[in-house]
Each structure stands twice: as structure tokens, then as C-alpha cells.
Design a binder for this molecule. Sequence first.
Ligand SMILES: *Cc1c(COP(=O)(O)O)cnc(C)c1O
Length: 367
Amino acid sequence: MIPFLDLQRINAGFEPALKQAVGRVLASGRYVLGPEVEAFESEFAAYCGARHCIGVANGLDALHLILRAFDVGAGDEVIVPSHTFIATWLAVSQTGATPVPVEPGADGFLIDPARVEAAITPRTRALIAVHLYGHCADMQPLRQIAQRHHLRLIEDAAQAHGARDLGRRAGSLGDAAAFSFYPGKNLGALGDGGAITCDDEALARQLRRLRNYGSLEKYRHDIAGVNSRLDEMQAAVLRVKLERLDADNAHRRVLAAVYTDALRGSSLAPWPVRAHSEPVWHLMTVQHDARATLIAALAAKGIECGVHYPLACHRQGAYAARRWPALPRAEQLAARVLSLPIGPHLSADDARTVARCALHASEAVAA
Ligand SMILES: *Cc1c(COP(=O)(O)O)cnc(C)c1O
């Protein structure tokens, strides 16, 4: 049995440090926005190479609060990838603004910088670059476009804790970045959690207000904020797990290399990695025309796969009421992607086994 994800096993690897951290919070009597959150914020900002980190309740809120801090709202447009997890789009919709999808290139899965400018209108206020599957979006051209058109450049780094583009870490590549610490992410809490990183001091202050009822001082509410706070228990857990993030990501790279070598030249070949991009392989996603057959064949061998994601955002019920331009790449990817198991719970031998079974299954389909 090779599970897609095994959180019990992954988190058991952090005992007894996790139990100690939880015990420390239990004994402290401080449970929301206290010293653990402050310590985690400074440790995670340093890790990302950003000046500030603001802990929030989850990744969706992190994106939404960044947009609010930039005064994005009704009547505005925000450019988003057509192929992403729906949270990227929902964060925009929550502000009252409109998500404007841009497709990946013909043989990629990340937003294609060459297609962005055609989507910019006088209403465009921001561009959300998603570092999907742990691979940084191509930030240098995106930054140039954002500067040229006076757009805010926001990173959705929920799948890319520790990833690098041109030597710099996700979280330091745009005007602000959103992270999720949902349990299955590369840096995962024992519940929900999220964070925003940025360099701008005034922006960080505004985000601290927004996450806590618009307040920086008890019972003074400068703006109509929300309740989206990171709690002490999750922050203490994240501090423990942050210490091993680089080692875990290095292990994911080893597994990714096994997969890449084994699948090279086949119909399951992984996407090539852009030069000067260092992915953290949140997912090991490949594509195949006979996806369902392949998943069933692997399941028969006890190997679990995932699909990220089976229905494009614009095809979801949540977005059915709007007319969308043709988004053939998003639809093609939704129909063809499958994610092979990867993560700290697997060995290189596991990855070899999965790759071998996947190749057999794809050859059987072709025959
Ligand atoms: C997980 C994820 C989010 C949302 O994070 P939550 O903590 O679940 O709200 C946003 N964007 C992407 C790309 C994600 O994978």
C-alpha cells in the first residue's frame, strides 16, 4: 500500500517535539495571537526572506486580506491563472472584484506571462501568480508586466513553502504572498492556518488590523476588519515543523528525481523545470489521456493517486452564472492531470515502485 498522503505518519515523525509545543501552549494560558504567533511570524519571515509575516486563519483569508489591504473591490479586475485551486479565484470574488483568467502556455501548467498583457484592462488592479504544485510561476516577466501597468503582484504560495525562483524564495517575489498551512501542505499545521509575507511596513500594519477586527489597540477599531487570526497552538506546531521544512523539501526533490528519471521519454513524462527555478514538489503531477484507467490500474496495486484538479474553476457551479471566454488549456489540464504520491512519508523505493507500475499501466493502455 502506497498512500497518497499519510499525515499520521508524517506528524508522528515530529513527536515528542510536537507534544512538548502543545503542552507549552496549554500551560501558558495564551491561545490566540500571543508569543508563539509572534515568534513564528519572525521565523517564517526570515525563512522566506521577507521583512514581515502576518499569521492568519487560512490560505484563502491570506489572499483575501492582501486584496483588501490593496483596496481591491467591486468594479475591479484581478488576473488569475485559469488552472489553479479555486481558492485563488474565490479570494478575488469575496472582495467583489472579478477574476480574469489567463491560460498556461501550450506545454505548461503555470500562468503564461506572454498571455497576461492581453487580459489587462483599465479596471485591472492586481495579478495573482500561483506557484502551483510547488513550482514558482515565472516571476521576472510577471514583475515587469506588473510594474509597467501599475498592478499589484500577489503570490499564491500555498503550495510552495521554500520554493525558489532565481535564488529567491516564494514569499519574497511579489508585493505580498499568501501561504496556507492546511495539514497536507509542505508546511502543515494540525488544523487550519495561514500567513502573509511582505516587505512593506505600512502594508503589514494594515494586514495586522484587518485580521483582528480592524484593531491594533484593544477596543479601537480603525477599519471594518475580520476575525482571521492564527492561534498559539498552530503557531507552536508550525515552529517545530519549520525546522525540518528544508530537509523534507530536499527529500521531495530526491523522490521527484526518481520519478523524472523513470518517466523520462514516456507518455507520463513530468513537465520540465524552468532554469533557475527550484520547486518543492508539493505534488508530482503528470498528464495522461487515459487518466481514469491509469488511476484504476494503480489503485489495484495499492497505489493512491490524486487529481489536481478535475474541474476547471470556470466550470464550477460557483462560477456557472458567468460567461467565460474559451479556456481550452484549463479544460485540457483538468481532463488529463493526475498526481502520483510524493512526500516525506515515502521512500525512493516507493517512488520507483509507483513509476514502474504507472509505466506498465500506460503501456497496457497504449497496446
Ligand atoms: C490550499 C490552497 C489555498 C487555500 O488554502 P486554505 O488554507 O485551504 O484556505 C489557496 N491556494 C492554493 C493554490 C492552495 O493549494
